[in-house]
Design a protein around this ligand. Structure first.
Ligand code: BES
Ligand code: ZN
Length: 854
């Protein structure tokens, strides 16, 4: 892709913006000082999208004279997102300043400069905020909208008098006149356009100061109670203190604001000094937020804080190195959360959510590598694949941390920040710093993992003392695997006779004992393992029942077995047999995987309803022991894992119609209507779902009404989960009809409501019809949003039958040439083909396992 930075390199923007919510128009002026480079030409090009530049002047600043160059024509180029200023004179390389007057729009969608509406005490209000990543700054002002074009910014913002106005930097001055408030902000450090931000609205906050003297504030609209800001404030303050120390480079700005925005496309955005969030990712209500909710808030805040260094202070040169931002922030979420909340044992969650998400997605043919080329601007948003650039990238960096050791890793980071601060980098700059610190060739270890998609299955064949290790590229469709592709695999074995790295396709060695070896201990390596010898596999399964394996190893064994099953290397019935070894299991993260196996088994119900009863019976057996241990009420002094496990057990109990659990859930729903504190926050959603599914009195109507009444984000989340579980077709129609009405369902939540309905057996067909019938509206509303490519992705995740595969293909294949959708459509079809083939292949052995005749 052509870069404007190769023609003009901005140094400073003097920007004045006046976004007016009465007219929904923006008027602005910008003076950009910078260097023209390259060949002399008669034009100067900047990015813009949807702007109208009404007036432009170009001034040349020579050593001796300052000279104005007449602009003869201003042309806007929609397909290139550009505005070109044409001059009669040749513009020679050198120092220039360009002043532009322009007009733009406050957007209806959730990027550029946009407005969110909310209701509080019967009054509707607006809050105006920005979302510029990845390439939406050009919707707010003409600029060189590329990460490499770092400059300083002097922002002046005009907003309504009486409202709070915030930007990246502290106020320099503020004055009120004629109902308008003009705020001048301090000059920013050198930074990329996508990190600029501002907000105005009627907000309230809580504040604190870090030991290093940074002012920290957490903000929300007044529709959110003040106490919902406390938890994030504590994390935000301690987070900066942690990173100051961990990175060895202090947070460079005087303040850091965190703001919850009612309409927000992604989870959060790391704008330098002004981090913005979806409300659910920042607010914790002590009365209603569950443990899992708190964990989300802490990890999101720490993710965005880590970007203040990795991403903001040092930035990737171009989007193909996006992983430098996101993979890094992903792993640092866990490093920092573990430091702040060691009692949560959050590294297990790293494996169960990020790790397994990555392993599943990365086994589908057509998946991108962590480091991926960008050919078209619409492709940028598709790079942010949560399973790859976040989860897999984070996992690879964790693997590297383990390979070089924590101390050298941190030493390398410190060098990297010191050397590259306020500049841009590529992956090799980071490798150079860590190589220098560790003395290891980091590029040789990491590049194959970053630039090749997929991962290996390592086959372990041990006969007595003879050991043979063999790696193959692993894909759900084994036919499509690349026979040549190999990786430097860290073996992480329990035997000193096994080398640290498997660098070749096949390795044969002799052990000093006949004890069976294990590899990938701690599930740190991004690969799966197959113990080929039956006796070997059962000896390891026995370690599970004897409770002699660690948590990560227990859960990985089960997960690997499911992957091998779905790829046809073995039957999925093997995974169900393996599950029997977990009957005494009491660890929450392991139960997450057990629940996942059950979820996979439930796919068979879509093709053979007869299997529903035996699957439910299996679940009831499996949960009984933990249900007896945990019951319904929090035990004195119980740890957070048990709190979460109780929810998993009770949810499985409700699904499997465990009589006592289901009855209790339905009774609790009635109690809730009288006393809203009567259900533990971790269980509230499950109780709601049970009541709706089992058509308890007027549960559907009651919750639908409650959704309209409340601004509480936890309640709204639980209500969505419950309502979308409804069985009644008329009710499903009601829910679908709300999706296009932003007074009832916020734009930010539409994809969630839809995917929940698609994943429900009862909602699926209607939701699928709705998606196809309303595609025009989806495209118009979300076409340029980060979430656009989730639609084909979510649909593929929900389907299991040949009929739906055919319909999916018929509908989405014609859209394959939209760059924003290509990858997810190709992979969606692939995923469905794999699943349909697998269900057909394994139906007989699974039915046999359940003693069900077909
Ligand atoms: N930089 C991203 C958000 C983003 C990405 C905005 C692409 C627009 C385009 C931010 O740091 C992020 O990664 N947010 C995550 C939440 C995170 C904690 C996983 C998100 O929004 O999903
Ligand atoms: Zn991020």
């Amino acid at each position: 892709m052509k870069r404007l930075f190769e023609g003009f390199q901005p140094q400073n923007y003097k920007l004045e913006l006046n976004p007016d919510t009465d007219t929904m128009k923006i008027s602005g002026t910008v003076t950009i000082s910078g260097q023209k480079v390259g060949r002399p030409s008669q034009r100067l090009t900047l990015h813009q999208h949807g702007l109208k530049v009404t007036e432009a002047t170009i001034t040349r600043h020579d050593k001796k004279l300052t000279q104005t160059k007449a602009v003869t024509r201003i042309s806007h180029h929609k397909s290139f997102d550009e505005v070109r200023l044409h001059t009669e004179d040749q513009l020679f390389p050198g120092q220039y300043s360009i002043t532009l007057h322009f007009e733009g729009k406050i957007q209806d969608s959730m990027h550029g400069i946009y407005a969110s509406t909310y209701e509080f005490e019967g009054k509707k209000s607006k809050i105006v905020s920005t979302q510029f990543e990845s390439h939406h700054a050009r919707e707010a002002f003409p600029c060189v909208d590329e990460p490499e074009a770092k400059a300083t910014f002097d922002l002046t913002l005009v907003s309504p008098e009486g409202e709070t106005a915030i930007s990246n930097m502290p106020h320099k001055s503020q004055s009120d006149a004629n109902g308008k408030r003009t705020t001048v902000f301090e000059t920013t450090p050198k930074m990329s356009t996508y990190l600029l931000a501002f907000i105005y609205g009627d907000l309230h906050c809580k504040e604190a100061k870090t030991t290093g003297g940074v002012d920290v504030r957490v903000w929300a609209t007044k529709a959110q109670k003040p106490e919902t800001l406390d938890f994030a404030l504590d994390v935000a303050k301690r987070g900066i203190e942690f990173f100051d120390e961990y990175y060895g480079v202090p947070y460079p700005l005087a303040k850091c604001d965190h703001v919850a925005i009612p309409d927000f496309s992604s989870g959060a955005m790391e704008n330098w000094g002004l981090i913005t969030y979806r409300e659910r990712c920042l607010l914790v209500d002590p009365a209603t937020t569950s443990q899992s909710g708190r964990e989300i808030v802490a990890t999101v805040v720490l993710h965005e804080l880590s970007h203040q260094w990795f991403g903001n202070l040092v930035t990737m040169r171009w989007w193909d190195d996006l992983w430098l931002n996101e993979s890094f922030a992903n792993v640092m979420e866990y490093v920092a959360t573990n430091a702040l909340f060691p009692e949560w044992e959050i590294w297990n969650t790293f494996i169960t959510t990020e790790g397994l998400g990555a392993l599943r997605r990365d086994a589908i043919a057509g998946v991108q590598a962590v480091k991926t080329e960008v050919r078209h601007p619409d492709e940028i948003s598709t790079l942010f694949d949560p399973s790859i650039v976040y989860a897999k990238g984070g996992r690879l960096l964790n693997m590297l941390m383990n390979y070089v050791g924590q101390d050298d890793f941190r030493k390398g980071l410190k060098t990297y920040f010191t050397k590259h601060k306020y500049k841009n980098t590529q992956g090799k700059d980071l490798w150079a710093a860590i190589s220098e610190a560790s003395g290891k060739d980091v590029a040789a270890f990491m590049d194959p993992w970053l630039t090749r998609s997929g991962y290996p299955v390592v086959e372990v064949k041990q006969e007595g003392k003879d050991l043979c290790l063999h790696q193959h590229h692993f894909l759900m469709d084994t036919q499509k695997a690349d026979p040549e592709r190999i990786w430097p695999v860290p073996l992480l074995s329990d035997s000193a006779d096994v080398p640290a790295l498997l660098q070749e396709k096949k390795l044969e060695t002799t052990l000093s004992s006949t004890d069976f070896v294990r590899i990938n201990q701690g599930a740190i390596g991004h690969y799966i393992v197959r113990y080929a010898n039956e006796a070997h596999a059962s000896s390891i399964a026995k370690l599970v029942s004897d409770q002699k394996l660690g948590i990560a190893d227990r859960l990985m064994l089960l997960s690997d077995s499911a992957s091998l099953g779905q790829a046809g290397v073995q039957s999925f019935a093997e995974s169900l047999k393996l599950l029997e070894h977990y009957s005494k299991e009491s660890s929450d993260p392991v139960w997450d995987i057990m629940a996942m196996i059950i979820g996979i088994a439930r796919r068979f119900v879509d093709v053979e309803p007869k299997l529903e009863a035996p699957i439910k019976a299996l679940i009831r057996d499996l949960i009984e022991e933990q249900y007896q241990r945990l019951g319904w009420d929090e035990l004195a002094g119980e740890n957070s894992q048990d709190t979460k496990l109780r929810a998993t057990i009770i949810a499985l109990g409700v699904y499997s119609e465990h009589k006592e659990i289901l009855d209790r859930a339905l009774t609790l729903f009635e109690t809730y209507k009288q006393d809203q504190q009567s259900i533990h926050s971790e269980l509230r959603g499950i109780v709601f779902t049970a009541a709706v599914r089992h058509n308890k009195s007027d549960a559907f109507a009651y919750l639908l009404d409650l959704d309209g009444q409340t601004n509480n984000v936890d309640l709204k989340q639980d209500i969505m989960g419950a309502l979308t579980a409804v069985r009644d077709a008329g009710h499903i129609t009601t829910l679908l009809a709300r999706l296009k009405d932003s007074d009832q369902v916020r734009q930010q939540d539409v994809d969630h409501w839809l995917v929940y309905l698609l994943r429900s057996r009862y909602g699926r067909d209607q939701a699928w019809d709705w998606l196809r019938d309303n595609w025009g509206w989806i495209e118009e509303t979300f076409g340029s949003d980060k979430s656009y490519d989730y639609f084909p992705r979510y649909a593929a995740s929900a389907f299991s039958t040949q009929k739906l595969l055919d319909e999916y293909k018929a509908f989405f294949e014609p859209m394959k040439d939209q760059p924003a959708l290509t990858r997810n459509i190709v992979m969606g079809i692939e995923e469905l083909e794999n699943r349909v083939a697998w269900l057909e292949r394994d139906l007989a052995p699974v039915a046999k396992y359940f003693k069900t005749s077909l």
